[in-house]
Write a protein of this length. Structure first.
Length: 240
């Protein structure tokens, strides 16, 4: 799915993966489930590209629905996988804190797990090697991705700002479609380790002024980062 000439998405509103294209190559943001591999190959072909053009994969955090094909592309094709130091252990299959009780609707919950099953969510392959990144870094990858610390959903959650496509990729820093309730629009994401911290962290996105806010779950948001953050803050306040 092409969002703009240089910005592509695979997956759907349940789980999404993004590709940034420049003349120098392709940067992938998150790696979905293992079963997104075929969609990745198909999208690259539609772009006139191949795996050889992929210069790096950046993970917004280390949860299983964001690392699906990361080890495969690293192991089989030598593509470096970048993750914040705070989530490196999680991406390798390390300890993940237990979250509190979640609001949910049965239909949405079943839809999420059914999609995960179809896309290989039960056969997660964890990373064996990662390149650790830190807040404030600009990576030497297509698009010049900039790392923004977004702790809260997990210790090492990050957003990635890519000026060339006027987009900030937020992972589970926020969602525009709650996978457990089906509710749409910018709102706090479920399965968050530290919910209050996650909301507070979003303020770091505003200086980017990005048009696109691209979550790991939900529809792409093109109404600007400031409006998205304000909507999440309002939703969090209403839920209290």
């Amino acid at each position: 799915m092409k969002l703009s000439p240089a910005l592509h998405r695979i997956g759907n509103d349940i789980v999404a993966v993004y590709l940034v294209e420049t003349p120098e190559g392709v940067t992938i943001i998150d790696a979905g489930f293992a079963g997104h591999w075929r969609e990745l190959l198909s999208e690259l072909t539609s772009m006139g590209r191949s795996i050889a053009d992929v210069k790096g994969v950046i993970l917004t955090h280390g949860d299983s629905d964001h690392i699906g094909f990361a080890e495969r592309i690293r192991r089989d094709h030598g593509v470096a996988v970048y993750v914040h130091a705070g989530d490196a252990s999680r991406a390798r299959g390390g300890h993940k804190p237990a979250n509190g009780k979640q609001q949910m609707r049965l239909g949405s919950l079943l839809g999420f797990f059914a999609y995960g099953l179809r896309k290989g969510g039960m056969r997660t392959t964890y990373l064996t090697e990662v390149v650790e990144v830190h807040e404030g870094e600009t990576l030497n990858l297509p698009g010049g991705p900039q790392i923004i610390g977004l702790p809260g959903h997990s210790e090492g959650s990050i957003a990635i700002y890519v000026p060339t496509v006027d987009a900030v990729f937020v992972g589970d820093g926020l969602t525009t479609r709650h996978v457990l309730t089906g509710k749409e629009g910018p709102q706090p994401a479920p399965f968050t380790d530290e919910p209050d911290q996650a909301i507070a962290s979003l303020r770091a996105l505003i200086p980017t002024g990005a048009k696109w806010v691209l979550p790991g779950h939900g529809a792409p948001w093109s109404g600007g980062v400031e409006a998205a953050v304000a909507a999440v803050e309002k939703a969090a306040q209403t839920a209290r």
